[in-house]
Design a binder for this molecule. Structure first.
Ligand SMILES: CC(C)(COP(=O)(O)OP(=O)(O)OC[C@H]1O[C@@H](n2cnc3c(N)ncnc32)[C@H](O)[C@@H]1OP(=O)(O)O)[C@@H](O)C(=O)NCCC(=O)NCCS
Length: 223
């Protein structure tokens, strides 16, 4: 598990002047699978998930770990021994979107109907799917979600990032918008029936929400 942090000082990066304490660590597919129950517990806490749905979610996460160019991040609190699960504050993962993946195929069909084949290809032909971003409830609103999404997509070779999120005004939806994601489809029910989702896309690199606040006023782009 390799530590990573954009400024080289794990645990000290500032978001708009607010200190955050977590270090972000890469998890390879094997490490991700080894931590899967800890990550699932974070998911359950963050999403208030019904316990009956967790085995299915676990299986989905296992399958995702084998997808192409899978990348996962874990946010960890400093001061805990390696392997101490109390240190895990959040996680995020994504992979290259490709035909044959359930989410990709569903979104491709729905998007093609609404924005047409050419625009759909522009969004999906070279995309990373951001599959999950979750932060433990007691650690939310400290900048961890923003940092994970930034780090997960930074340096990805794909042209776009794609995701779906419940079609409501949530913290997640605001976070995605702030980082440059736009609604491509709203009120969408996935095959088999689901509550309404928004499908969102962004051209990479994502907007850096730290940058505007840290720039001197004279260096801000004029509009
Ligand atoms: C969505 C989610 C991952 C965001 O994680 P997070 O760590 O809370 O995200 P951030 O802290 O970067 O930003 C969240 C909010 O806190 C604010 N914030 C960030 N640092 C802060 C600080 N130090 N002090 C006060 N507020 C802060 C941000 O401005 C943002 O405000 P907003 O909701 O008004 O837009 C998290 O809320 C979560 O796990 N939600 C439940 C699961 C979920 O919905 N996952 C996504 C499914 S698609």
């Amino acid at each position: 598990m390799a530590g990573r942090d954009g400024d080289g000082h794990p645990g000290s990066r500032t978001l708009g002047g607010m200190a955050t304490a977590a270090a972000l660590c890469d998890l390879g597919p094997g490490e991700f699978l080894g931590e899967i129950d800890v990550l699932l517990a974070i998911y359950a806490d963050a999403m208030d998930a019904d316990a009956a749905l967790l085995p299915g979610r676990r299986e989905l996460m296992r399958r995702h770990a084998a997808y192409p160019d899978f990348m996962a991040l874990q946010a960890r609190a400093p001061g805990y021994a390696a392997g101490d699960h109390r240190a895990v504050l959040g996680f995020s993962y994504g992979f290259r979107g490709e035909p044959g993946q359930w989410w990709y195929d569903a979104v491709q069909t729905a998007l093609s109907r609404t924005i047409g084949l050419a625009l759909t290809a522009g969004w999906l032909a070279d995309c990373v799917e951001v599959a999950e971003v979750h932060v433990r409830k007691d650690q939310q609103r400290r900048g961890i979600g923003t940092r994970m999404l930034t780090a997960l997509t930074a340096g990805r070779p794909e042209r776009t990032a794609m995701l779906s999120t419940p079609d409501r005004e949530t913290t997640a939806r605001r976070l995605y918008r702030r980082m440059g994601f736009a609604d491509l489809l709203t009120g969408y029910s996935f095959p088999g029936g689901s509550p309404p989702y928004a499908v969102m896309g962004a051209v990479l690199p994502l907007a850096d929400p730290v940058a505007p606040a840290s720039l001197p006023r004279s260096a801000s782009p004029r509009v």
